[in-house]
Design a binder for this molecule. Structure first.
Ligand SMILES: Cc1ncc(COP(=O)(O)O)c(C=O)c1O
Length: 396
């Protein structure tokens, strides 16, 4: 008997599948774990890893330290402003979207917003928008936080701003723009925050990843410190210095210049966050698919289920069978568009119409597959809330 499986099976008895859900008891504990891991530092919520306004609200109601939001598009930032949120950084550069989203109206209405720049062209484009709309647009400088090792680019390809000299040159350019104000600096160390260092059965690789991470953390702390000091010495009054992600909280908050750490995935804690040495959050979001055929004694084929995560394609981007414990995907079919066979040889009796509970590899992308999230607490469904998709919104 699998008690854990039975808990959710009974909670959702009679619910037509597929559906997605968040276990609020776990979600809230994850929120507290994030706050504890972040020490006293304010936490910026990475909305791309949540994609559900009521759950963003729940986090902000839980602690004033969840004080800002890292959005992923200008339209999303405007949507969030209209929902009553404030203090939002758009984390990725936008071009025509900056013009069409209505972001200048929000700035003029008094919302605290910042758009991302990492080159003079970004600044010039936003300067023209500011001029047209008679608005001073706050911007945030994205500083590259990757490490270049021989034959290995350890990190993501984002900004071209890597040195204090480059940051100062962009700051001089922004200073020359009458309709821009440099409001903050952001650097996202994806290779620390988003790369697991303790997956099972990869002992040597894990050792290598940990060594590279330690080396990269030292390099980045020196780089971020040098960039921020150079900007401050040049007279730039930065309102915030943002860094990190779920997997890097400890090293990001240790940097003296950082004023807020970003966290998103740590609240749902999807499959790609299961194996880190420094922390363990609880799986809090999942989806259920229904067994509709049984082609062999230990094979249970479910309807749908093929919710594969973005990024470099690989088996780690497949959804992971969660409950009953021991359920597995097949190598041949993986998780399919219309059907997903599950191999299960455990003791929990399964029959047609029973659920298999799956976890997405990533956090927010689950919400692009479902209009609502069922919210569970203490053995009951306590609410059903719209995802962005359920609001009829699709930002990217
Ligand atoms: C700019 C930026 N900051 C922070 C994060 C970290 O978010 P999470 O905690 O979901 O890993 C991300 C995720 O991709 C990001 O793009």
């Amino acid at each position: 008997m699998d008690q854990h499986y039975r808990y959710y099976r009974d909670v959702f008895a009679e619910r037509p599948m597929p559906f997605a859900f968040v276990d609020l008891d776990r979600f809230d504990r994850n929120a507290d774990t994030v706050l504890r891991r972040a020490g006293r530092m304010p936490v910026c919520l990475a909305s791309k890893s949540i994609r559900c306004a009521p759950l963003l609200k729940r986090l902000q109601a839980r602690s004033p330290r969840f004080h800002s939001i890292l959005a992923y598009s200008a339209c999303e930032a405007v949507f969030l402003c209209n929902q009553g949120f404030d203090n939002i950084i758009v984390a990725y550069p936008v071009w025509s979207e900056a013009r069409t989203s209505g972001i200048a109206d929000m700035v003029r209405a008094g919302k605290t917003l910042a758009l991302m720049v990492d080159c003079a062209e970004h600044a010039d484009y936003l300067e023209a928008l500011g001029r047209e709309t008679q608005t001073v647009i706050p911007v945030c400088m994205d500083v590259d936080m990757s490490s270049a090792y021989p034959r290995l680019h350890f990190g993501v390809l984002r900004s071209g701003i890597t040195t204090p000299a480059q940051a100062l040159a962009l700051w001089e350019h922004i200073r020359g723009c009458d309709h821009l104000r440099l409001d903050g600096v952001m650097g996202y160390e994806a290779q620390i925050a988003g790369v697991q260092d303790a997956p099972p059965a990869s002992f040597l690789k894990n050792q290598l990843v940990r060594t590279l991470k330690q080396r990269s953390i030292r390099e980045l702390a020196a780089r971020r410190g040098a960039v921020v000091h150079a900007l401050r010495e040049a007279g730039c009054g930065l309102r915030f210095v943002n860094g990190g992600g779920t997997g890097s909280i400890e090293s990001t908050i240790a940097e003296e210049v950082v004023t807020e750490v970003t966290v998103g995935s740590g609240f749902y804690s999807p499959a790609l966050f299961d194996h880190y040495t420094q922390f363990r959050h609880e799986p809090a979001a999942a989806f259920a698919i229904e067994i509709v055929r049984q082609p062999a004694p230990t094979t249970y084929t479910c309807q749908g289920g093929g919710y594969v995560a973005s990024g470099a394609a690989g088996a780690d981007k497949l959804p992971r069978p969660w409950l009953p414990e021991g359920a597995k995907l097949t190598a041949n079919e993986g998780a399919g568009e219309v059907q997903t066979p599950i191999i299960y040889a455990g003791t929990e009796p399964l029959s047609l119409g029973a659920p298999i509970f799956m976890r997405h590899a990533k956090a927010g992308e689950l919400c692009e597959r479902f209009n609502t999230l069922l919210l569970v607490s203490n053995g009951e469904i306590v609410d059903e809330v719209n995802t962005y998709r359920g609001e009829g919104l699709c930002f990217l």
